[in-house]
Design a protein around this ligand. Structure first.
Ligand SMILES: [Zn+2]
Length: 426
Protein backbone atom coordinates (compact mmCIF):
# COMPACT_ATOMS: atom_id res chain seq x y z
CA UNK A 1 0.00 0.00 0.00
CA UNK A 2 2.88 2.37 0.79
CA UNK A 3 4.91 1.68 -2.31
CA UNK A 4 4.14 3.91 -5.28
CA UNK A 5 6.81 3.73 -7.99
CA UNK A 6 9.57 6.31 -7.51
CA UNK A 7 9.39 9.40 -9.72
CA UNK A 8 12.07 11.66 -11.15
CA UNK A 9 11.82 14.75 -8.89
CA UNK A 10 12.24 16.93 -11.98
CA UNK A 11 9.23 15.53 -13.81
CA UNK A 12 6.31 17.90 -14.13
CA UNK A 13 3.47 15.72 -12.88
CA UNK A 14 3.05 12.95 -10.33
CA UNK A 15 0.92 10.99 -12.79
CA UNK A 16 1.57 12.35 -16.28
CA UNK A 17 -0.71 9.86 -17.98
CA UNK A 18 -3.76 10.70 -15.88
CA UNK A 19 -3.08 14.41 -15.63
CA UNK A 20 -2.33 15.15 -19.29
CA UNK A 21 -4.73 12.70 -20.91
CA UNK A 22 -6.59 14.21 -23.90
CA UNK A 23 -9.95 15.47 -22.55
CA UNK A 24 -12.06 13.27 -24.86
CA UNK A 25 -10.16 10.18 -23.77
CA UNK A 26 -10.71 11.12 -20.12
CA UNK A 27 -14.35 11.72 -20.90
CA UNK A 28 -14.67 8.17 -22.26
CA UNK A 29 -13.04 6.88 -19.09
CA UNK A 30 -15.51 8.86 -16.97
CA UNK A 31 -18.46 7.46 -18.91
CA UNK A 32 -17.18 3.90 -18.55
CA UNK A 33 -16.61 4.28 -14.82
CA UNK A 34 -19.97 5.98 -14.31
CA UNK A 35 -21.78 3.16 -16.10
CA UNK A 36 -20.09 0.72 -13.74
CA UNK A 37 -21.32 2.69 -10.70
CA UNK A 38 -24.88 2.77 -12.01
CA UNK A 39 -24.76 -0.96 -12.75
CA UNK A 40 -23.52 -1.68 -9.25
CA UNK A 41 -26.26 0.51 -7.72
CA UNK A 42 -28.71 -1.99 -9.23
CA UNK A 43 -26.73 -5.21 -8.89
CA UNK A 44 -25.04 -4.88 -5.48
CA UNK A 45 -27.68 -3.53 -4.81
CA UNK A 46 -27.32 -0.13 -3.17
CA UNK A 47 -30.92 0.40 -2.05
CA UNK A 48 -30.62 4.16 -1.49
CA UNK A 49 -29.22 4.95 -4.95
CA UNK A 50 -31.32 2.29 -6.64
CA UNK A 51 -34.45 4.05 -5.31
CA UNK A 52 -33.18 7.40 -6.52
CA UNK A 53 -32.43 6.05 -9.97
CA UNK A 54 -35.80 4.33 -10.24
CA UNK A 55 -37.60 7.47 -9.06
CA UNK A 56 -35.91 9.32 -11.91
CA UNK A 57 -37.07 6.60 -14.31
CA UNK A 58 -33.53 5.39 -14.97
CA UNK A 59 -32.74 1.71 -15.40
CA UNK A 60 -29.28 0.08 -15.19
CA UNK A 61 -28.43 0.97 -18.80
CA UNK A 62 -29.99 4.43 -19.01
CA UNK A 63 -27.19 6.55 -17.64
CA UNK A 64 -24.62 6.07 -20.36
CA UNK A 65 -22.51 9.16 -19.88
CA UNK A 66 -21.78 12.02 -17.48
CA UNK A 67 -24.05 14.11 -19.76
CA UNK A 68 -26.97 12.11 -18.37
CA UNK A 69 -26.21 13.02 -14.76
CA UNK A 70 -28.54 16.04 -14.87
CA UNK A 71 -31.45 13.58 -15.07
CA UNK A 72 -30.71 12.27 -11.58
CA UNK A 73 -31.86 13.83 -8.30
CA UNK A 74 -29.40 15.47 -5.93
CA UNK A 75 -28.42 13.90 -2.63
CA UNK A 76 -27.48 16.11 0.33
CA UNK A 77 -25.79 15.33 3.65
CA UNK A 78 -29.15 15.17 5.44
CA UNK A 79 -30.19 12.33 3.11
CA UNK A 80 -27.09 10.40 4.22
CA UNK A 81 -27.92 11.10 7.88
CA UNK A 82 -31.52 9.94 7.35
CA UNK A 83 -30.30 6.78 5.62
CA UNK A 84 -27.94 6.01 8.51
CA UNK A 85 -30.77 6.49 11.01
CA UNK A 86 -33.30 4.42 9.09
CA UNK A 87 -30.94 1.61 8.08
CA UNK A 88 -28.47 1.29 10.97
CA UNK A 89 -25.62 1.13 11.54
CA UNK A 90 -24.22 2.77 8.39
CA UNK A 91 -27.21 3.41 6.12
CA UNK A 92 -28.25 1.82 2.85
CA UNK A 93 -26.20 4.07 0.52
CA UNK A 94 -22.99 2.02 0.70
CA UNK A 95 -21.59 0.19 -2.29
CA UNK A 96 -19.67 -2.25 -0.09
CA UNK A 97 -20.31 -4.19 3.05
CA UNK A 98 -18.90 -2.70 6.24
CA UNK A 99 -16.48 -5.63 6.53
CA UNK A 100 -14.93 -5.06 3.12
CA UNK A 101 -13.64 -1.73 4.43
CA UNK A 102 -10.41 -1.12 6.30
CA UNK A 103 -11.03 2.34 7.66
CA UNK A 104 -13.88 4.15 9.36
CA UNK A 105 -14.15 7.80 10.23
CA UNK A 106 -16.81 10.34 11.05
CA UNK A 107 -17.32 13.88 9.86
CA UNK A 108 -16.64 16.64 12.41
CA UNK A 109 -20.32 17.25 12.99
CA UNK A 110 -19.87 21.02 12.64
CA UNK A 111 -22.99 21.03 10.46
CA UNK A 112 -25.12 18.52 12.42
CA UNK A 113 -24.96 14.85 13.41
CA UNK A 114 -21.71 13.34 12.11
CA UNK A 115 -22.03 10.76 9.35
CA UNK A 116 -19.90 7.61 9.14
CA UNK A 117 -17.30 7.38 6.39
CA UNK A 118 -15.90 4.07 5.12
CA UNK A 119 -12.97 3.29 2.87
CA UNK A 120 -11.74 0.06 1.34
CA UNK A 121 -8.04 -0.35 0.65
CA UNK A 122 -8.71 0.63 -2.97
CA UNK A 123 -10.63 3.75 -1.91
CA UNK A 124 -7.68 4.85 0.21
CA UNK A 125 -5.30 4.29 -2.68
CA UNK A 126 -7.44 6.51 -4.92
CA UNK A 127 -7.39 9.28 -2.31
CA UNK A 128 -3.63 8.92 -1.76
CA UNK A 129 -2.90 9.04 -5.48
CA UNK A 130 -4.95 12.22 -5.89
CA UNK A 131 -3.30 13.77 -2.83
CA UNK A 132 0.09 12.97 -4.37
CA UNK A 133 -0.87 14.82 -7.56
CA UNK A 134 -1.77 17.89 -5.50
CA UNK A 135 1.43 17.92 -3.49
CA UNK A 136 3.60 17.42 -6.54
CA UNK A 137 1.87 20.43 -8.16
CA UNK A 138 2.73 22.49 -5.08
CA UNK A 139 6.41 21.61 -5.40
CA UNK A 140 6.44 19.12 -2.52
CA UNK A 141 8.62 16.05 -3.15
CA UNK A 142 9.15 12.74 -1.36
CA UNK A 143 11.70 13.12 1.42
CA UNK A 144 10.39 16.47 2.61
CA UNK A 145 9.04 16.97 6.12
CA UNK A 146 5.33 17.78 5.97
CA UNK A 147 3.28 18.73 8.99
CA UNK A 148 -0.38 19.01 9.86
CA UNK A 149 -2.62 19.33 12.93
CA UNK A 150 -5.81 17.58 11.87
CA UNK A 151 -7.93 15.96 14.59
CA UNK A 152 -7.75 12.17 14.85
CA UNK A 153 -9.50 9.19 16.42
CA UNK A 154 -13.05 8.89 15.08
CA UNK A 155 -12.65 11.99 12.98
CA UNK A 156 -11.07 10.54 9.86
CA UNK A 157 -9.23 13.63 8.59
CA UNK A 158 -5.99 13.33 10.52
CA UNK A 159 -5.40 9.71 9.59
CA UNK A 160 -6.32 10.37 5.96
CA UNK A 161 -3.81 13.19 5.69
CA UNK A 162 -1.11 11.23 7.55
CA UNK A 163 -1.66 8.17 5.37
CA UNK A 164 -1.47 10.26 2.24
CA UNK A 165 1.83 11.89 3.25
CA UNK A 166 3.33 8.51 4.11
CA UNK A 167 2.16 7.03 0.82
CA UNK A 168 3.69 9.98 -1.03
CA UNK A 169 7.00 9.39 0.73
CA UNK A 170 7.08 12.52 2.86
CA UNK A 171 7.96 12.46 6.54
CA UNK A 172 4.58 12.89 8.21
CA UNK A 173 4.87 15.21 11.23
CA UNK A 174 1.40 15.00 12.78
CA UNK A 175 1.08 17.39 15.70
CA UNK A 176 -2.02 17.76 17.89
CA UNK A 177 -4.71 20.25 16.92
CA UNK A 178 -4.21 23.32 19.15
CA UNK A 179 -7.38 22.84 21.20
CA UNK A 180 -5.52 24.19 24.23
CA UNK A 181 -2.42 26.35 24.62
CA UNK A 182 -0.57 23.30 26.00
CA UNK A 183 -1.27 21.27 22.88
CA UNK A 184 -0.29 24.20 20.67
CA UNK A 185 2.98 24.43 22.60
CA UNK A 186 3.72 20.73 22.03
CA UNK A 187 3.40 21.35 18.32
CA UNK A 188 5.50 24.52 18.34
CA UNK A 189 8.30 22.81 20.30
CA UNK A 190 8.32 19.89 17.88
CA UNK A 191 8.56 22.24 14.90
CA UNK A 192 11.53 23.90 16.61
CA UNK A 193 13.27 20.50 16.84
CA UNK A 194 12.33 19.19 13.43
CA UNK A 195 11.59 22.02 11.05
CA UNK A 196 8.94 21.20 8.48
CA UNK A 197 9.99 21.81 4.87
CA UNK A 198 6.46 22.90 4.16
CA UNK A 199 5.32 25.38 6.81
CA UNK A 200 2.06 24.67 8.61
CA UNK A 201 -0.88 25.83 6.52
CA UNK A 202 -3.98 24.43 8.24
CA UNK A 203 -7.11 26.05 9.58
CA UNK A 204 -5.58 26.62 13.00
CA UNK A 205 -2.58 28.64 11.82
CA UNK A 206 -3.77 31.76 13.67
CA UNK A 207 -3.88 29.79 16.95
CA UNK A 208 -0.22 28.84 16.58
CA UNK A 209 0.80 32.44 15.94
CA UNK A 210 -1.11 33.50 19.03
CA UNK A 211 0.36 30.86 21.33
CA UNK A 212 3.87 31.43 19.94
CA UNK A 213 3.49 35.12 20.83
CA UNK A 214 2.35 34.23 24.37
CA UNK A 215 5.35 31.97 24.87
CA UNK A 216 7.80 34.40 23.32
CA UNK A 217 8.68 31.94 20.54
CA UNK A 218 9.87 33.67 17.38
CA UNK A 219 7.77 32.73 14.37
CA UNK A 220 10.82 31.75 12.33
CA UNK A 221 12.05 29.43 15.11
CA UNK A 222 8.82 27.46 14.87
CA UNK A 223 8.75 27.66 11.06
CA UNK A 224 5.53 29.69 11.19
CA UNK A 225 4.89 31.75 8.12
CA UNK A 226 1.96 33.90 7.09
CA UNK A 227 0.85 32.45 3.77
CA UNK A 228 0.60 34.78 0.82
CA UNK A 229 -3.07 34.19 0.22
CA UNK A 230 -4.53 35.38 -3.06
CA UNK A 231 -7.70 37.39 -2.48
CA UNK A 232 -11.09 36.17 -3.60
CA UNK A 233 -12.46 32.64 -3.77
CA UNK A 234 -9.99 29.82 -3.10
CA UNK A 235 -9.11 27.09 -5.57
CA UNK A 236 -11.23 23.98 -5.27
CA UNK A 237 -9.49 21.38 -3.10
CA UNK A 238 -11.89 18.95 -1.45
CA UNK A 239 -15.42 17.61 -1.58
CA UNK A 240 -15.29 16.59 2.07
CA UNK A 241 -13.84 13.35 3.36
CA UNK A 242 -17.26 11.68 3.01
CA UNK A 243 -17.16 12.25 -0.75
CA UNK A 244 -13.65 12.97 -2.07
CA UNK A 245 -11.01 14.31 0.31
CA UNK A 246 -8.39 15.16 -2.33
CA UNK A 247 -10.66 16.15 -5.18
CA UNK A 248 -8.54 18.92 -6.69
CA UNK A 249 -5.40 20.98 -6.33
CA UNK A 250 -4.06 24.23 -7.74
CA UNK A 251 -0.99 24.44 -9.94
CA UNK A 252 1.47 27.34 -10.00
CA UNK A 253 -0.77 29.21 -12.45
CA UNK A 254 -3.31 29.72 -9.65
CA UNK A 255 -6.22 29.29 -12.01
CA UNK A 256 -8.37 27.12 -9.76
CA UNK A 257 -7.87 23.57 -8.58
CA UNK A 258 -7.20 20.88 -11.19
CA UNK A 259 -9.95 18.31 -10.65
CA UNK A 260 -9.26 14.56 -10.52
CA UNK A 261 -11.81 14.00 -13.25
CA UNK A 262 -10.78 10.40 -13.78
CA UNK A 263 -12.36 9.68 -10.38
CA UNK A 264 -15.14 12.27 -10.26
CA UNK A 265 -17.52 14.39 -12.25
CA UNK A 266 -17.81 17.87 -10.76
CA UNK A 267 -20.77 19.99 -11.74
CA UNK A 268 -21.79 23.53 -10.84
CA UNK A 269 -25.53 23.10 -10.66
CA UNK A 270 -28.44 25.51 -10.62
CA UNK A 271 -30.35 24.29 -7.59
CA UNK A 272 -33.75 25.37 -8.92
CA UNK A 273 -33.46 23.31 -12.13
CA UNK A 274 -30.94 20.63 -11.12
CA UNK A 275 -29.04 21.38 -14.33
CA UNK A 276 -25.43 22.32 -14.81
CA UNK A 277 -24.76 26.06 -15.27
CA UNK A 278 -22.42 27.27 -18.06
CA UNK A 279 -18.67 27.09 -17.35
CA UNK A 280 -17.43 30.07 -15.36
CA UNK A 281 -20.73 30.63 -13.53
CA UNK A 282 -21.35 29.88 -9.87
CA UNK A 283 -23.57 26.98 -8.90
CA UNK A 284 -23.97 24.24 -6.29
CA UNK A 285 -20.96 21.97 -5.99
CA UNK A 286 -22.31 18.57 -7.08
CA UNK A 287 -19.92 15.62 -7.21
CA UNK A 288 -20.32 12.09 -8.55
CA UNK A 289 -17.46 9.75 -7.72
CA UNK A 290 -16.44 6.64 -9.66
CA UNK A 291 -13.45 4.36 -10.09
CA UNK A 292 -13.57 3.53 -6.38
CA UNK A 293 -15.47 0.98 -4.30
CA UNK A 294 -17.70 3.39 -2.36
CA UNK A 295 -19.19 6.10 -4.52
CA UNK A 296 -21.71 8.92 -4.25
CA UNK A 297 -23.99 9.88 -7.12
CA UNK A 298 -24.93 13.55 -7.59
CA UNK A 299 -23.84 14.53 -4.11
CA UNK A 300 -24.69 18.18 -3.44
CA UNK A 301 -22.28 19.60 -0.91
CA UNK A 302 -24.40 22.71 -0.33
CA UNK A 303 -21.40 24.80 -1.19
CA UNK A 304 -20.76 27.08 -4.15
CA UNK A 305 -18.37 26.30 -6.98
CA UNK A 306 -17.34 27.42 -10.44
CA UNK A 307 -15.80 25.18 -13.10
CA UNK A 308 -13.55 26.25 -15.98
CA UNK A 309 -12.40 24.12 -18.87
CA UNK A 310 -10.15 26.49 -20.81
CA UNK A 311 -6.62 25.06 -21.19
CA UNK A 312 -4.15 25.74 -18.39
CA UNK A 313 -0.59 26.75 -19.22
CA UNK A 314 0.83 24.14 -16.86
CA UNK A 315 -0.10 21.45 -19.37
CA UNK A 316 -2.59 19.58 -17.23
CA UNK A 317 -5.72 18.85 -19.24
CA UNK A 318 -8.34 18.59 -16.50
CA UNK A 319 -11.14 21.01 -15.70
CA UNK A 320 -10.38 23.46 -12.88
CA UNK A 321 -12.63 24.50 -10.03
CA UNK A 322 -13.06 27.40 -7.63
CA UNK A 323 -14.68 27.10 -4.24
CA UNK A 324 -17.26 29.70 -3.27
CA UNK A 325 -17.88 28.81 0.37
CA UNK A 326 -20.52 26.92 2.32
CA UNK A 327 -24.10 28.12 1.94
CA UNK A 328 -24.37 27.90 5.69
CA UNK A 329 -21.73 30.65 5.96
CA UNK A 330 -23.22 32.80 3.22
CA UNK A 331 -24.14 36.18 4.64
CA UNK A 332 -27.04 37.96 2.98
CA UNK A 333 -27.08 41.60 3.92
CA UNK A 334 -28.18 44.84 2.31
CA UNK A 335 -28.75 43.21 -1.04
CA UNK A 336 -25.28 41.60 -1.06
CA UNK A 337 -24.15 38.00 -0.71
CA UNK A 338 -20.87 37.75 1.13
CA UNK A 339 -18.64 34.83 1.93
CA UNK A 340 -16.22 34.79 4.83
CA UNK A 341 -13.21 35.10 2.52
CA UNK A 342 -14.67 38.42 1.26
CA UNK A 343 -14.78 39.73 4.82
CA UNK A 344 -11.37 38.36 5.72
CA UNK A 345 -9.77 39.99 2.70
CA UNK A 346 -10.94 43.32 4.10
CA UNK A 347 -10.14 42.69 7.76
CA UNK A 348 -6.61 41.49 6.96
CA UNK A 349 -5.82 44.93 5.58
CA UNK A 350 -5.81 46.33 9.15
CA UNK A 351 -2.65 45.26 11.02
CA UNK A 352 -4.05 46.58 14.32
CA UNK A 353 -6.51 43.65 14.44
CA UNK A 354 -4.28 41.01 12.85
CA UNK A 355 -1.38 40.74 15.31
CA UNK A 356 -0.72 37.99 16.26
CA UNK A 357 -3.92 36.63 14.70
CA UNK A 358 -7.21 37.86 13.27
CA UNK A 359 -10.12 36.88 15.55
CA UNK A 360 -13.65 37.85 14.60
CA UNK A 361 -17.25 36.73 14.30
CA UNK A 362 -20.15 37.97 12.23
CA UNK A 363 -23.73 37.77 13.42
CA UNK A 364 -25.99 36.20 10.82
CA UNK A 365 -28.35 39.05 9.85
CA UNK A 366 -32.00 38.60 10.85
CA UNK A 367 -33.06 41.39 8.51
CA UNK A 368 -31.50 42.20 5.15
CA UNK A 369 -31.57 45.96 5.75
CA UNK A 370 -30.03 45.85 9.23
CA UNK A 371 -26.38 46.85 9.67
CA UNK A 372 -24.02 43.87 9.68
CA UNK A 373 -22.85 43.13 13.24
CA UNK A 374 -19.13 42.35 13.33
CA UNK A 375 -17.13 41.62 16.50
CA UNK A 376 -13.41 41.74 16.22
CA UNK A 377 -10.62 41.45 18.78
CA UNK A 378 -7.98 44.13 19.00
CA UNK A 379 -4.41 43.06 18.31
CA UNK A 380 -1.71 42.66 20.95
CA UNK A 381 -0.33 45.89 22.32
CA UNK A 382 -2.65 48.14 20.37
CA UNK A 383 -4.83 50.30 22.53
CA UNK A 384 -5.55 52.66 19.66
CA UNK A 385 -8.94 54.32 19.61
CA UNK A 386 -11.10 54.42 16.54
CA UNK A 387 -10.43 50.83 15.38
CA UNK A 388 -14.19 50.21 15.21
CA UNK A 389 -14.63 53.18 12.88
CA UNK A 390 -11.73 52.13 10.70
CA UNK A 391 -13.08 48.58 10.31
CA UNK A 392 -16.57 49.91 9.52
CA UNK A 393 -15.20 52.38 7.00
CA UNK A 394 -13.16 49.71 5.23
CA UNK A 395 -16.16 47.36 5.04
CA UNK A 396 -18.22 50.20 3.54
CA UNK A 397 -15.54 51.11 1.01
CA UNK A 398 -14.58 47.62 -0.06
CA UNK A 399 -17.86 45.70 0.22
CA UNK A 400 -20.48 48.46 0.18
CA UNK A 401 -21.87 47.18 3.46
CA UNK A 402 -22.93 49.22 6.48
CA UNK A 403 -21.54 47.47 9.56
CA UNK A 404 -21.77 47.96 13.30
CA UNK A 405 -18.34 46.99 14.58
CA UNK A 406 -17.55 46.13 18.17
CA UNK A 407 -13.86 45.90 19.05
CA UNK A 408 -13.26 43.45 21.90
CA UNK A 409 -10.36 42.73 24.21
CA UNK A 410 -7.86 40.09 23.09
CA UNK A 411 -9.05 36.63 24.16
CA UNK A 412 -12.79 37.47 24.34
CA UNK A 413 -13.88 35.23 21.47
CA UNK A 414 -13.73 31.43 21.57
CA UNK A 415 -10.72 29.67 20.05
CA UNK A 416 -10.83 26.51 17.95
CA UNK A 417 -8.21 23.83 17.38
CA UNK A 418 -9.60 23.04 13.93
CA UNK A 419 -12.25 24.86 11.90
CA UNK A 420 -13.32 28.09 13.59
CA UNK A 421 -16.97 29.10 13.77
CA UNK A 422 -17.12 32.65 12.39
CA UNK A 423 -20.82 33.07 11.64
CA UNK A 424 -22.91 33.12 14.82
CA UNK A 425 -26.62 33.55 15.41
CA UNK A 426 -26.53 36.11 18.21
ZN1 LIG B 1 -2.59 24.29 -14.29
Amino acid sequence: MLDPAPRDPAQRFWDPEAQTMPPDQRRALQDERLRDVIQRAFSAPVPFFRRRLEEAGAGPGDIASVDDLDRLPLTVKQDLRDSEREAPPVGDYRFTDLHQCVRLGTSTGTTGTPTVMLWTRHDLRVEYECAARSWWRMGIRPGMVCTHAHPGYLYGGGLMLSGAYEYFGALNLWVPPPDTDELAEQALRMWMRIKPDVPFMGFALARFFEVAAKLGIANEDAALRIPNLPSGPPAMATAGAECFAFLAGACEQQRGGHIAEDYASVQAVDRSTGRQVPDGEWGDLVVTTFGRDNCLIRYDLEEACRVERTPCECGETTARGWWGGRYQDLIRTQGKRLQLFDLEDVLRALPEICTPSLEYVVVRPQREDAPLAVRVERGDGTGANGTDDRVAQLLRERLGVHAEVVVMERGSLPRFGYKAIRVVDS
